[in-house]
Design a protein around this ligand. Structure first.
Ligand SMILES: Cc1cc2nc3c(=O)[nH]c(=O)nc-3n(C[C@H](O)[C@H](O)[C@H](O)COP(=O)(O)OP(=O)(O)OC[C@H]3O[C@@H](n4cnc5c(N)ncnc54)[C@H](O)[C@@H]3O)c2cc1C
Length: 524
């Protein structure tokens, strides 16, 4: 073994969607980041296909949403049928996001786009480089890397994030359990051409009394992703095209013809999660922390949201601008979000594979009746899109979400909500908002809004304030110098979860200050 002191501020283990989002966001914030992956290169299989609105909002802050949309397929509806009877026709344009659709795009494409962003930002993905061991010290983490030829080297990183998937070595090194259980029966998956399924503007879920559901998701170039749970015990043997046709024929309520096979797979799903996302300087994100069925296409999205939540906090802590305790809020916010995703996907799976005749009868009456209500459509579309994720009970939250809902009711967009809430509740702080890539800074007296481009500094009379937007990211961090009456320094940020005062200090450098960690809003 050789020892190298090639230090980096953050070591990202795993270059799947989670690790790539994290690495790109850290690099964009100037954090010295290494990203390793034990595989040969980008994923070749299509795997996760659904990219939801909340993920697109984050990708937009990374300048990537347009490229994703260009390569993917937009479906505006999410439909469920019991036999040939329509149970649900969910209108995704009601999700409250400017991305009123589900974007279907092969995970291999998602990873390709993210990888090129990492490279553009100066990052290098070290392939065939496997994390083999970890040990933590007061000021860093020693990581043993093993290469394909068996050589090992040890590096020291300030922080290590395990984005290394369901069989996470990082989680194993931390000694954290991955509690849960497998689902009975394997899933079949096929990327194919389909004739007769229905509109390409919708995802179609066909329920059957025997629980053998058929899921058909439209992809670009008239391709479809077919998923079929409860396919029995096949020992992971992928289906042939003939088997896919036979299964589709049995499960579909009307004739559907399958053709032109691409990726065909058989896999088993588990419902599992870890009990902690952080141990000291080592953190977990994505499938390393939670796995579940593909119901609702939540997994990859949840991992990318973990990464987005962690990136700005880790950048501030690793960069010496916030205390390490800020990282605790990552677990406090994202562990319940992960648990919520597990509960949601499990419920969706149970509902879609229900066999008990009485329960099915109740479902088949309740779902159409409830979803005829616009409020239920709105709520369901927001939930599926992950737009409804917020952290109202977390330690960064100061204002109760109820206030925000009231404000949101009268004010149209996020910026307006932010202004309304802060003006009402916190007259001693600048008001921040974010609108279409700009950061907005407002003084309270008189109320005024100043539009800052990323990187631009602002000065106002009265209280002199200068703010610098942290490029075009989800979190628009403003490092605000307040002179005069309110002498001190605050780092403020706004992200979809709310506005945060990361620390407020009077005098000394911010890194020595405990984070005040107050949030002024939380979108519902
Ligand atoms: C068939 C299928 C269909 C799916 N459909 C959907 C869907 O429609 N929507 C959705 O949201 N999700 C879906 N998912 C789930 C989705 O694929 C995962 O949630 C997603 O890939 C998780 O991303 P990740 O980056 O956390 O982990 P992964 O994608 O698993 O990436 C982990 C990476 O870590 C690397 N690695 C592992 N161990 C080490 C180590 N010791 N050292 C270095 N590197 C290591 C691996 O090589 C890998 O590249 C599906 C999954 C499957 C299997």
């Amino acid at each position: 073994m050789t020892t190298s002191f090639c230090d980096c501020q953050v070591l990202v283990v795993g270059a799947g969607p989670t690790g790539l989002v994290l690495a790109a966001q850290l690099l964009a914030r100037g954090i010295d980041t290494r990203i390793i992956d034990k595989g040969d290169g980008p994923a070749r299989e299509s795997r996760a296909v659904s990219v939801h609105a909340r993920t697109l909002e984050v990708l937009d802050t990374m300048g990537l949403a347009d490229a994703f949309i260009e390569h993917g397929h937009r479906g505006r509806r999410f439909r469920m049928y019991a036999g040939n009877r329509s149970l649900l026709n969910l209108d995704m344009t009601r999700n409250g996001s400017r991305y009123g659709f589900i974007l279907n795009l092969a995970q291999s494409e998602t990873e390709r786009l993210l990888r090129s962003r990492v490279h553009e930002l100066g990052g290098m993905i070290e392939q065939r480089s496997e994390l083999a061991g970890l040990s933590q010290h007061g000021d860093g983490v020693d990581a043993t890397l093993r290469f394909a030829d068996g050589r090992e080297t040890e590096i020291r990183a300030g922080y290590v994030v395990g984005c290394d998937g369901a069989h996470s070595r990082v989680r194993h090194e931390l000694g954290l359990a991955f509690d849960g259980q497998p689902y009975a029966g394997e899933f079949l998956l096929a990327d194919v051409g389909l004739d007769g399924v229905g509109s390409e503007d919708a995802s179609h879920l066909f329920f059957r009394p025997d629980g053998r559901t058929l899921v058909c998701l439209p992809m670009a170039q008239h391709r479809w992703r077919v998923v079929m749970p409860n396919a029995g015990e096949r020992g992971g043997r992928p289906p042939t095209l003939e088997e896919v046709q036979e299964q589709v024929g049995q499960r579909a309520p009307w004739p559907i013809t399958v053709s032109d096979p691409g990726w065909l797979a058989c896999f088993r799903c588990h419902l599992r999660s870890t009990t902690a996302y952080r141990r000291g300087r080592v953190l977990l994100a994505g499938d390393a922390a939670h796995i579940h069925t593909p119901a609702g296409g939540q997994g990859m999205n949840t991992g990318m949201m973990d990464a987005a939540n962690l990136a700005w906090k880790l950048a501030l802590v690793a960069g010496g601008h916030a205390a390490g305790s800020l990282l605790d809020t990552y677990q406090t916010e994202r562990l319940p979000a992960g648990a919520n995703t597990l509960g949601f996907t499990n419920k969706l799976f149970q509902w879609s594979t229900m066999r008990h005749p009485v329960k099915r009868a109740v479902r088949d009456v309740l779902v159409p009746a409830a979803t005829a209500l616009p409020a239920v459509q709105h709520r369901a579309a927001r939930r599926l899109s992950q737009v409804s994720v917020s952290y109202p009970a977390g330690p960064l939250v100061l204002v109760h979400a109820l206030h925000l809902q009231r404000e949101a009711h009268v004010l149209r967009d996020g910026l307006a909500r932010v202004q309304g809430v802060v003006l009402e509740h916190h007259r001693d702080v600048p008001v921040l908002g974010r609108d279409e890539g700009d950061v907005l800074l407002a003084d309270l007296d008189p109320p005024a809004v100043q539009r800052l481009q990323p990187g631009q500094h602002a000065q106002r009379g009265g209280l002199a304030r200068s703010g610098r937007a942290d490029q075009d990211h989800e979190l628009a961090v403003l490092d605000v110098q307040v002179e005069g009456v309110d002498r001190g320094r605050r780092v403020l940020g706004v992200h979809p979860g709310g506005i945060h005062v990361l620390h407020a200090c009077h005098g000394g450098p911010p890194s020595r200050t405990a984070p005040a960690a107050r949030t002024f809003t939380c979108f519902t």
